[in-house]
Write a protein that binds this ligand. Structure first.
Ligand SMILES: Nc1ncnc2c1ncn2[C@@H]1O[C@H](COP(=O)(O)OP(=O)(O)OP(=O)(O)O)[C@@H](O)[C@H]1O
Length: 598
C-alpha cells in the first residue's frame, strides 16, 4: 500500500505538520530566533572584543572583513565601541537568549505531550472506525506494533527533527558570518564540507533503510508475541513453546543485527567527522596563507566562525542521523494510518430507529475476494423470535451473522431492519442494539461489576440493574459468595472463574446493555454438558423476550427454536421448526441422527 509519507525534509515536515499544525511552525520560528541570537551573538562579540582589545594593526577593523558593518552600527547609534558597551550588549543579548531558551524548552515539552496525545488518540479513533473487513485484512502484529512501539519512535523522530532544524539554522547563520569575514576561505571550507557530507550520505541512507526494516520486523515480532500469549496454554501443555520461541529468536536476532549495523554506522560517523573536518581546514589555511596571501587575522576570525559552523554541521549530521534511526517509526505509523483510512467505515449521522418488527435478508450474496460464500439467501426474522442457523462447517453461518450485525456489507442484495438499510444510518446505532455471545466468552481483567456493566458508574440504579441481570443468568449466589462480591476481580481473561460462569457473565453483559437482538455463536459449545445445561437454561429463559439468532452445531440446543434454517454451501436448503425439518430435510435428519437426537 502506498504510504502518505514522503522521504524528503519537506515530506517529514508535512507529516509532523498534519498533527501539530502551526504549533510546529511557531516552534521552528522560536528555534530560529534562538539560533540566530546564539550564532550572531557570539559571532559578533568575538570580533568586537578583538577590536576593542587590540591596539595593533587590526584596530582599524580590517580583519573583520565584511563584519565591519557591526562597527558602523555602533557608530551610527552613537554608542562608543569600548569594553563596557560591548560587554553590556553581550549581557543583554545572552539574557534574552536565556529567556527565549526557557520559552522554547517549555514549548517543546508542550509540543511533545500534545503530539503524543494527538497521535495516540488519532490511532485509537482510526482503529474504532476501522471496518471489520479491514481488520481481517490488516495484520494484528502490524496494528499492535504501530500503536505501542512505533509511536514512541515517532516522538523521538519529532524531537530529532526539531533539533536538526535548529542546528541547520545555526549552521546557516555561522556560514553567512564566515562568508562576510573572508569569502574565499569560506568557499573552500564549504566545498570541503560538501565533500564530507557526500561521504556520509550513503551511511545516512543505510541507517534509514535499516530503521524501516527494523519497524517491519517489529510487526512480525509483535504478531508472534500476540499469538504466543493467546495460545500460551496450548504451547505450554504440548511443550511447543520452545519450538515456537525459535521463531521469536530469529526475529530478535535479525532486529539486533540491524541495530548493530546502525550502531556501527554511528560509530564511524562520530569518530571520523572531526578529523576529516580538521584535515580540510588545515589544507585550506595552508593554501590561503602560502598562495593567496590572506592575512592571518582574517583567517583566524573566519576559522573561529567556521569552527562553530562545523560544529553546527556535526550537530546537524548527528541529529539527522538520529532522526533517520527513527524514521521507520514514521513509516510504520503512516502506513497503518493510510491502511486504516482505506478501510474506514462511512458514518451517517442519523441513528437508526429502534428495531420494532423484522429483519429481512433479500437475495443476499457475499464473496471474500473471488470466493462466493453466500449465494442468494432470503430470510425473515420476526421480533422476539428465536431462530437457529445450522449447517456444515464452512457453509456460511458465521458470514451470514456477520452480515446481520452489519460487520460486513453484502456483495449483492440487501439487509433490511424494519425496511431500513442500516448502512443508510449511523451504523453504530444499529450495533448498539445487538448483543453478541461468542464461543469463547469475552472477559476483561476487571471486577464482575465492570465486566457486566462495561464500566458504568456504580449508582444505586446501575447496581440494582446489575443484580437484576445477574439473577437472570443464575449467578446471584455465585457472585454473593465471591470475596469482594461484585467488586471481585476476574483476573486476566477471566482465569479465576469457570467456563460456565464466564459465559454467563458474557450473557449478563449483553442483557445489561438492553439489546434487541441477541446473537449466540455456539455459545455453549465450549462447555461440558452439565455446565452447558445450566447455561442453556439461562438462554431458554430469554426466549420470547429478545430476538435471538443461534449458530449451533449441537442440535440439542436448538430444539425449541421458532425456526431453524439449514445452510448448505451458502444457500438455505431447508427451514422450519425442529420436527418439521426432521421430516422434510434428509440432510437435517442425518445430522440429528448422528447426534442421537430425534
Ligand atoms: N476472512 C475470510 N477470508 C476468506 N474466506 C473466508 C474468510 N472467513 C471465512 N471464509 C470462508 O467462507 C466460507 C464460510 O465460512 P463461515 O465461517 O461463514 O462458515 P461457518 O458455517 O460459520 O463455518 P464453521 O461452522 O466452521 O464456523 C468458508 O469456506 C471459509 O473458508
Amino acid at each position: 500500500m502506498k504510504s502518505g509519507l514522503k522521504h524528503t525534509p519537506l515530506g517529514y515536515f508535512s507529516f509532523f505538520y498534519k498533527s501539530m499544525g502551526n504549533k510546529l511552525v511557531f516552534n521552528i520560528l522560536l528555534a530560529t530566533t534562538l539560533g540566530l541570537l546564539d550564532g550572531v551573538g557570539l559571532a559578533l562579540f568575538i570580533p568586537l572584543l578583538q577590536f576593542v582589545n587590540d591596539s595593533s594593526g587590526i584596530a582599524t577593523g580590517e580583519s573583520m572583513g565584511g563584519l565591519r558593518f557591526i562597527l558602523n552600527g555602533f557608530e551610527n547609534l552613537g554608542v562608543p565601541v569600548n569594553l563596557f558597551s560591548v560587554l553590556s550588549l553581550m549581557v543583554i543579548i545572552f539574557s534574552a537568549k536565556g529567556a527565549l531558551n526557557y520559552w522554547l524548552s517549555m514549548e517543546q515539552v508542550d509540543l511533545r505531550q500534545k503530539y503524543m496525545v494527538k497521535l495516540r488518540l488519532g490511532q485509537i479513533k482510526q482503529l474504532g472506525q476501522l471496518s471489520y473487513r479491514g481488520f481481517l485484512t490488516l495484520d494484528a502484529g502490524k496494528i499492535q506494533n504501530a500503536i505501542t512501539a512505533e509511536v514512541g519512535k515517532n516522538l523521538q523522530a519529532m524531537i530529532q527533527f526539531l533539533a536538526a532544524t535548529k542546528a541547520s539554522i545555526v549552521l546557516v547563520a555561522y556560514v553567512v558570518l564566515a562568508f562576510l569575514a573572508n569569502w574565499q576561505f569560506a568557499l573552500f571550507i564549504m566545498l570541503g564540507g560538501f565533500l564530507s557530507s557526500f561521504i556520509y550520505r550513503r551511511i545516512i541512507e543505510s541507517v534509514k533503510t535499516s530503521s524501516i526494516e527494523i519497524s517491519r520486523r517489529g510487526n512480525l515480532f509483535n504478531n508472534f508475541v500476540i499469538q504466543c500469549i493467546h495460545h500460551f496454554k496450548y504451547l505450554k501443555a504440548t511443550n511447543h513453546f520452545k519450538l515456537y520461541a525459535v521463531k521469536l529468536q530469529d526475529v530478535i536476532n535479525e532486529v539486533e543485527k540491524l541495530n548493530r549495523k546502525i550502531g556501527k554506522n554511528q560509530a564511524i560517523t562520530a569518530s571520523t567527522r572531526e578529523p576529516i573536518i580538521i584535515f580540510i581546514v588545515a589544507i585550506v589555511i595552508l593554501v590561503q596563507t602560502n598562495y593567496l596571501g590572506a592575512s592571518l587575522g582574517s583567517i583566524l576570525l573566519s576559522l573561529l566562525l567556521f569552527y562553530r559552523a562545523l560544529n553546527g554541521l556535526v550537530l546537524l549530521q548527528n541529529t539527522w542521523q538520529s532522526f533517520m534511526q527513527n524514521v521507520g517509526g514514521l513509516q510504520a505509523v503512516s502506513d497503518l494510518s493510510t491502511s486504516m483510512q482505506q478501510f474506514q467505515e462511512q458514518e451517517a449521522a442519523t441513528p437508526i430507529p429502534k428495531f420494532r418488527s423484522q429483519i429481512t435478508l433479500r437475495e443476499l450474496y457475499f464473496a471474500y475476494g473471488e470466493k462466493l460464500v453466500l449465494k442468494g439467501v432470503d430470510l425473515n426474522i420476526q421480533r422476539n423470535e428465536t431462530i437457529a442457523l445450522v449447517g456444515e462447517s464452512g457453509s456460511g453461518k458465521s458470514t451470514l451473522v456477520n452480515i446481520i450485525c452489519a460487520l460486513m456489507a453484502p456483495t449483492k442484495g440487501q439487509l433490511l431492519v424494519d425496511g431500513h438499510s442500516p448502512y443508510a444510518y449511523n451504523i453504530d446505532s444499529y450495533r448498539a442494539q445487538i448483543g453478541y455471545i461468542t464461543q469463547e466468552p469475552i472477559i476483561f481483567n476487571d471486577s464482575v461489576f465492570n465486566n457486566v456493566t462495561f464500566w458504568a458508574p456504580p449508582t444505586t440504579e446501575n447496581v440494582a440493574r446489575f443484580w437484576e441481570v445477574i439473577e437472570k443468568v443464575a449467578l446471584k449466589d455465585t457472585v454473593n459468595n465471591m470475596g469482594q462480591k461484585e467488586d471481585t476481580l476476574l483476573g486476566d481473561n477471566g482465569m479465576l472463574i469457570s467456563g460456565g460462569q464466564k459465559q454467563r457473565i458474557s450473557i449478563a453483559r449483553e442483557l445489561y446493555k438492553d439489546v434487541e437482538l441477541l446473537i449466540m455463536d455456539e455459545a455453549t459449545s465450549a462447555l461440558d454438558s452439565e455446565t452447558e445445561g445450566f447455561v442453556q437454561e439461562s438462554i431458554n429463559q430469554l426466549k420470547g423476550a429478545y430476538t435471538i439468532i443461534i449458530i449451533a452445531h449441537r442440535l440439542s440446543t436448538i430444539k425449541h427454536a421458532d425456526r431453524i434454517y439449514l445452510l448448505e454451501d451458502g444457500k438455505i436448503s431447508g427451514q422450519g421448526r425442529f420436527e418439521e425439518l426432521i421430516k422434510n430435510s434428509s440432510r437435517f435428519y442425518r445430522m440429528a441422527s448422528l447426534q442421537n437426537i430425534h
